[in-house]
Write a protein that binds this ligand. Structure first.
Ligand SMILES: Cc1cc2nc3c(=O)[nH]c(=O)nc-3n(C[C@H](O)[C@H](O)[C@H](O)COP(=O)(O)O)c2cc1C
Length: 189
């Protein structure tokens, strides 16, 4: 399986790192693009840079619209934007394709491929809600970076793992991250 991961300048760069590490361990081929604000927030929140991301996949220049990922003929199976800023959500919902992340996401929608948008913003204004609705109607899955607490997490990595587990579920890949609710209780296995 080949998955494009777009990283934008919303808070929550740790979700992107955790997802990339988990998918890499699951032998998923990864293509990565990072917006300029995504790069800066990644550096600020995780003390990490594009070189660190390269251990998990190929890092593409987000301004390179000559990239292989910019074409509908590029054979990737799914795309995840994580975290997704309200800015990128708005641009995508309104048909803009002026960066590699936006163009690859538009390609995913037009080619009817799985597009998972991991929004991170709170509170939400009506413009954001309407843009999310537009993307849902266009075929995207909006998956808010909103961790569950029924897992009784004792550490941040468990909260992160819970969200990453839901992303991987929606890519249709079997995994053992984050555990599952087993009816009346949480199954850690
Ligand atoms: C530390 C930091 C945290 C931010 N967190 C968010 C956020 O959670 N959600 C959001 O929509 N924007 C957030 N922003 C603002 C975006 O970075 C900004 O809107 C930017 O234009 C996004 O650009 P991009 O979509 O090209 O990555 C944050 C900015 C900074 C500096």
């Amino acid at each position: 399986m080949r998955v494009v991961v777009g990283i934008t300048g919303a808070s929550g760069a740790v979700y992107a790192c955790a997802l990339l590490g988990a998918l890499h361990n699951l032998n998923v081929e990864l293509e990565i693009a990072v917006s300029e604000m995504g790069r800066r927030v990644l550096s600020y929140e995780c003390s990490a840079g594009l070189d660190d991301l390269a251990q998990w996949g190929e890092v593409h220049d987000n301004s390179d619209l000559f990239s292989v990922l910019a074409s509908g003929s590029a054979k990737f199976d799914a795309m995840v934007i994580v975290p997704c800023s309200a800015n990128t959500l708005s641009a995508l919902a309104n048909g803009l394709g002026g960066s590699l992340i936006l163009r690859a996401a538009s390609v995913a929608l037009k080619e009817r491929r799985n597009l998972i948008v991991v929004m991170r913003e709170t509170p939400l204004n009506l413009i954001i809600v309407e843009n999310m609705a537009k993307l849902i109607k266009a075929g995207a899955l909006i998956l808010p970076a909103s961790p569950g607490f029924y897992t009784r997490p004792a550490a941040v990595w468990q909260l992160v793992g819970g969200v990453v587990g839901r992303i991987i579920d929606n890519l249709g890949i079997e995994h053992a991250l984050g555990g599952r609710w087993a009816g009346g209780e949480y199954d850690e296995s």
